[in-house]
Structures are given as structure tokens and as C-alpha cells.
Design a protein around this ligand. Structure first.
Ligand code: ADP
Ligand code: MG
Length: 379
């Protein structure tokens, strides 16, 4: 059945509209978005679709085809951080965040269906939040800009769900353009669409979803974040973004803590890798991005230490099989890697990665091409 048909079957009337928001992969710029740094993600063709109708009686009804349990019924007035358990906290948090900033969201019926794999590091959470934000913005004629919707979505995840994520995922889901990557400056949310038409260049970007997620991840994220903040304080800057690649060796010499020094080196060099990647893409030299991805992976593995054996194997096997470059993407400790390959090498490289996983006794990874797609939209 169609998403609209499912909505009608659930709620007894046709939806006022349908909206979609994509998941993403990050090409480069990892763990930089909470340091006011630079990122270069792209939206995937995989989307979360919301069918929704307005309500004026303060009732918010939420249903997802991809979650167990039935319709979750909430009162918008009663929404408060910690008040909603499970998946419904993401869309409920968006309604809360919009109401908190004075927007008259008086209830809604919402049904969701997604093709973004959840928990694979492809940001199904941001897709869910952003599609909810866009639907509510449209239904209640709020007139919010894309960055404003992204910020409301991030606020929902940070303050309502309780996940301390940066703003990259929500921004790319809200703002991406077809056949482009989004060059985003997380200091002021300024952004530019950078041409990334892989098909036209005879290239592919493969996503390798390792289908593992190590429990370590959540605590490690908070620890890296705290370490970066300690580094910024020690260097007398408000965020590590302020440290340029040219200042790196002097800055490292001023840091006494070995762990903080590694974190600072990662953030500063990854910001620089984003700038180098953007320059290469602007120049049409997409193949030269490959080695930059490899550098980024080694920095995440050795300096930030957020990789894992499965991600390292995906990268090594892809590189050994002739990929132009590869790196883990997203928060690490499982999730996905991205691999830049010549179109003709895509099949053999994917087969090599799958073979290496089998040999190591790992779960079979899911490999698919990331086609840079458009951001959130009304259907
Ligand atoms: P990622 O964003 O990398 O996919 P997260 O842990 O941040 O992983 O978000 C996954 C969570 O988001 C799921 O456990 C679920 O609670 C929620 N979620 C995402 N998409 C959906 C969906 N379509 N329906 C219901 N819940 C979803
Ligand atoms: Mg997420």
C-alpha cells in the first residue's frame, strides 16, 4: 500500500500532504561539527516519508511503518524532555522544539515510512526529524527557512531525545541539492552546493554498511566532545575551528595531554581535508579526492580512535582492491564506510569487501551506491 493509503487506513481520512527527507553520508569532515568546523555531506536517495494532517485539538498522533507498536497518542501541551519513550521521541521532540520557539503547532496525525536503514550511521534520525519539521512547517504555514528547520530538528534530538549530536545531519537532510555535496560551515550554518556528479565523471561512491554497531559509541562520542572542548580551552580559543592547519604544530606543542593532542590534530586536519576536498571538487578533479578520504580514515582510526575492526577492514579491502579511496563515515564504532571507485571497479571492489568480511568471520556487509540526492521536499 502507498504511504497515503496507509495513513488513510490508520486515521480514517486522507492526509493533507506527503513530505520526504533523506538520510545522508558524510564525504569528509568528521567530528568537526561540534567544533564549529567544516563538513561535506551528501543526501542519499533513501528517504523517510511523512503523510500528515493538521489537528487543532492539541493531540499529536504518531505512527511508523518501521517501528513496533501501534499509534502513539500524545498531547502537545504535555510534551517535555524525557516525557516520550522510544522512537516517537524524535518526531514529538520536533513538535516540542517548534512550540518552544513560539510556533503554533496545535497537533497532527502523522504516519511515517522510511527507506533509510536505521542505526547504520546514515542518519535515519535526522531524516525522521527533518521530515516532521518540514511537514509541520507546511501544515501550520510557519514559513521557517531550511536552516531554521534543521536547528529545530537538532534541538529535538539534543534536548528532547537526549542525543548530543551536531547539526550536520539535519542540515544536509534539509538543504541538500541533487548531484551536489553540501559544503557546510557549522559556525554560522552558511553553506554552498558543491558539484558532485559522480555518474557524469564515471565514478561511484559506495556505501559499505557493516551492520555492526559497537556499544562503545555513545560514551565515546561524549568523551571526544569533552576532549575537544578541553583542547579549545587549553589553546584559548572558543572552538577548535579557530586553529588553522598552519597553526597546528605550534598548537600541539602547547598541549600537555596526549589524548587531547590527538583529538586536536584530528579536528584541525579534518577541517583542512574538507577545504582541500572542496577545492578538488570545484576544480573537477574528483579522482584526487580518493587519497584525502584515506588520510581522513587514518586520522579517525589513529588520532580520534573512533573506528573499529570492521570499518578498518572495509577501508583496507577496498583500497587493496583498487578503490580511489575510502573512509569510515559518521560516528564510527560500526555503521558505514564510503568508498570512491571508478564505475568499472565498483563491482570487483564491492565483492572484495564482502569477501574480506566473510574471511574474517564478520556479518555480510550491505554495499550500495550513494547517489547524491536532493534534500527535504513536499511530494
Ligand atoms: P542513525 O541516525 O544513524 O540511523 P540513530 O540511533 O541516531 O541512528 O537513530 C535511529 C533511531 O531513530 C531508531 O532507533 C529509531 O528510534 C529512530 N528512527 C529512525 N527512523 C525511524 C522510522 N522511520 N520510524 C521509527 N523510528 C525511526
Ligand atoms: Mg542519528
Amino acid at each position: 500500500m502507498s504511504v497515503a493509503g496507509e495513513f488513510t487506513a490508520l486515521y480514517g481520512a486522507r492526509p493533507e500532504g506527503l513530505w520526504a527527507a533523506p538520510g545522508r553520508v558524510n564525504l569528509i569532515g568528521e567530528y568537526t561539527d561540534f567544533n564549529e568546523g567544516l563538513v561535506l555531506p551528501l543526501a542519499l536517495p533513501h528517504t523517510t516519508v511523512a503523510a500528515a494532517s493538521r489537528r487543532t485539538d492539541g493531540v499529536l498522533r504518531l505512527h511508523s511503518a518501521d517501528a513496533d507498536g501501534g499509534v502513539v497518542t500524545l498531547s502537545v501541551e504535555g510534551l517535555a524532555p524525557g516525557s516520550v519513550e522510544g522512537w516517537a521521541a524524535y518526531p514529538a521532540g520536533v513538535a516540542w522544539a517548534l512550540r518552544e520557539t513560539g510556533h503554533p503547532v496545535t497537533g497532527a496525525d502523522v504516519h511515517l515510512a522510511s527507506t533509510v536503514p536505521a542505526g547504520a550511521g546514515l542518519s535515519s534520525s535526522a531524516a525522521l526529524e527533518v521530515v516532521t519539521a518540514l511537514a509541520l512547517d507546511d501544515l501550520f504555514s510557519l514559513g521557517l527557512s531550511r536552516p531554521e528547520l534543521a536547528v529545530a530538528a537538532q534541538r529535538a534530538e539534543n534536548a528532547f531525545v537526549g542525543v548530543p549530536c551536531g547539526v550536520m545531519d539535519q542540515m544536509v537532510s534539509a538543504c541538500a541539492a541533487d548531484a551536489h555535496a553540501l559544503f557546510l560551515d557549522t559556525r554560522d550554518l552558511s553553506y554552498r552546493q558543491v558539484p558532485f556528479d559522480l555518474a557524469a565523471m564515471g565514478l561511484r561512491l559506495l556505501v559499505v554498511d557493516t551492520r555492526v554497531r559497537h556499544a562503545l559509541g555513545d560514551g565515546a562520542y561524549a568523551e571526544r566532545r569533552a576532549g575537544c572542548e578541553a583542547g579549545a580551552r587549553a589553546l584559548g580559543v572558543c572552538a577548535l575551528r579557530e586553529v588553522s592547519a598552519a597553526q597546528l604544530s605550534d598548537s600541539l606543542a602547547r598541549l600537555t595531554d596526549e589524548t587531547v593532542r590527538r583529538y586536536v590534530r584530528h579536528v584541525v586536519t579534518d577541517n583542512d581535508r574538507v577545504e582541500r576536498t572542496v577545492a578538488l571538487l570545484d576544480a573537477g578533479d574528483v579522482r584526487a579526492v580518493g587519497p584525502v578520504l584515506g588520510e581522513g580514515h587514518r586520522s579517525l582510526r589513529d588520532d580520534l580512535r573512533v573506528s573499529c575492526p570492521e570499518l578498518d577492514l572495509a577501508v583496507e579491502a577496498a583500497e587493496a582492491a583498487g578503490a580511489l579511496g575510502a573512509r569510515m563515515t559518521g560516528g564510527g564504532f560500526g555503521g558505514s564506510a564510503v568508498v570512491l571507485v571508478e564505475e568499472a571497479a565498483a563491482e570487483p571492489v564491492a565483492a572484495a569487501v564482502v569477501g574480506a568480511f566473510a574471511e574474517a568471520g564478520y556479518r555480510t556487509p550491505r554495499v550500495f551506491p550513494a547517489v547524491p540526492a536532493t534534500g527535504a521536499r513536499r511530494l
